[in-house]
Design a protein around this ligand. Structure first.
Ligand SMILES: [Zn+2]
Length: 454
């Protein structure tokens, strides 16, 4: 068995190496890149009057979303789709066989059952039922939306042949069409300073917490801020968090949360408090003006800060159940739930300077920010259902407990105590059922998708 495990590790590594070793690029003229914003073009190296486009997600996704030239989108999508090549297909086939052998050796009938057993659905059968139900409930809606996208393409390019390379572009077009508001246009309305202060205020109000900044403390960079977290009514110290949100050279280039210390009950009866750091890549302030964020970046920071609050609200007795390494399908539910606040005028008012203009944004709920989550074959084996699974639970929690009163501290405090506090010490399904007072339902998710359809 050890041999099989190390074989799997080797193949995983090779698969990722093949992706990283892929250095192919495309040379495209400005006409071929029509529709791309100036800042994007400026970022591309110029060779013989053409722009060099590396085939990484950083360049490929914006082109698939914004480039008006259908043949360019196709060229990019095809080239990107060949990343890793036949080598990786062969590796994946081998991986499937070896994983199956490993699962059989452990007494499971297949690898999915092995991978899913410790997660919320527990069996692959349950996952299949879930996916079938989703497909049954959403197929009509998906077909209707596809018809809208095809009509948009017909209007713009005079061509009804709709390919995968058109999907992102016309989804963006459809959303703009519906809301008539370009997210890029309102970039100036999200100053970093206001986003952070608005976000901190919202979390304090909703969850009955008090954040106090600790000044004059030794940190690893002068832009890093440290806060203590207190229970607003009992004034108990709950934990600490660092905000390290500005980009700088050599810094880890990801937005994420790292648990620096888990909370737990010590043998002498005192409590060790949790500590977390939020890392992000916000642009620095310039000329005394607060730097500005795009809306998706606001959502991202909000999502990650929800993980911070989850970590600090944890009251589990043992450190083992107190980290961010919660059961996979459960860990994302609170953050996906709290993302909803970004689309509501009440929190947008707190985070933006010109809220009157942005009140149109709630309609953008259907943009589904969670769908931009990177999924790769390795590391998500047999659990690709997970994100949408979490979205379903988050939608139910939002619709049932918060939708009609976003700053309802009573609901917030109950959520903190019943859902966030147990951490990994109770089963996720038990936690959510207990909080809702009934079994979770798929319907709020379906309704929200239907309501926000193109
Ligand atoms: Zn997350």
């Amino acid at each position: 068995m050890e041999k099989l495990k190390s074989l799997i590790d080797d193949l995983n590594l090779k698969y990722i190496q093949n992706m990283n070793d892929f250095t192919k690029f495309l040379l495209l003229s400005e006409e071929e890149l029509a529709g791309m914003p100036l800042e994007f073009l400026k970022d591309l190296e110029e060779t013989d009057g053409k722009r060099k486009v590396l085939l990484t997600g950083y360049y490929v996704t914006p082109i698939l979303e914004h480039c008006k030239v259908g043949s360019t989108r196709k060229q990019i999508a095809v080239a990107y789709g060949q990343k890793g090549g036949n080598q990786n297909v062969a590796i994946l086939e081998k991986l499937v066989q070896i994983r199956h052998r490993l699962a059989r050796l452990l007494g499971y009938s297949n690898y999915s059952d092995f991978a899913i057993e410790p997660r919320m659905p527990m069996t692959s059968r349950k996952v299949l039922e879930f996916l079938e139900e989703m497909s049954e409930q959403l197929s009509d809606l998906a077909n209707r939306e596809l018809t809208v996208l095809k009509e948009l393409k017909m209007k713009e390019e005079g061509d009804a042949q709709f390919g995968m390379e058109d999907l992102l572009y016309y989804m963006k077009r459809g959303e703009q069409h519906k809301v008539d508001l370009d997210i890029g246009e309102i970039k100036r309305y999200f100053p970093v300073k206001l986003v952070i202060s608005g976000m901190l205020k919202m979390f304090q109000d909703l969850f009955a917490l008090r954040f106090e900044e600790i000044k004059d403390v030794e940190v690893w960079h002068d832009t890093v801020r440290l806060f203590s977290v207190w229970d607003a009514s009992s004034s108990d110290l709950l934990g600490y968090f660092f905000l390290d949100i500005f980009s700088r050279e050599g810094k880890y280039d990801h937005t994420c949360v790292v648990a620096l210390q888990n909370g737990c009950m010590c043998s002498n009866g005192s409590r060790k408090v949790p500590v977390a750091v939020l890392l992000s890549q916000c642009p620095k302030e310039f000329d005394g003006n607060s730097a500005l964020l795009r809306f998706p970046e606001v959502v991202r920071i909000f999502h990650e800060f929800s993980h911070v609050v989850h970590h600090i609200s944890n009251r589990a007795t043992f450190s083992r159940f107190s980290s961010l390494r919660l059961e996979g399908d459960f860990a994302e539910i609170p953050s996906l739930l709290l993302e909803n606040w970004c689309y509501e005028s009440i929190s947008l008012k707190m985070m933006s300077g010109f809220y009157q203009v942005i009140l149109g944004i709630p309609l953008l709920e259907g943009t589904s920010p969670a769908s931009c989550f990177p999924r790769i074959a390795v590391g998500y084996d047999a659990v690709c259902y997970s994100y949408i699974w979490s979205e379903v639970f988050a939608a139910d929690l939002f619709a049932t407990k918060f939708k009609d009163d976003l700053l309802n501290q009573h609901a917030g405090l109950r959520f903190r105590n019943k859902v966030l506090a147990p951490g990994g010490s109770k089963g996720p399904l038990e936690i959510i059922t207990d909080y809702l007072g009934r079994e979770p339902s798929l319907q709020p998710f379906i309704q929200s998708r239907t309501r926000n359809a193109l």
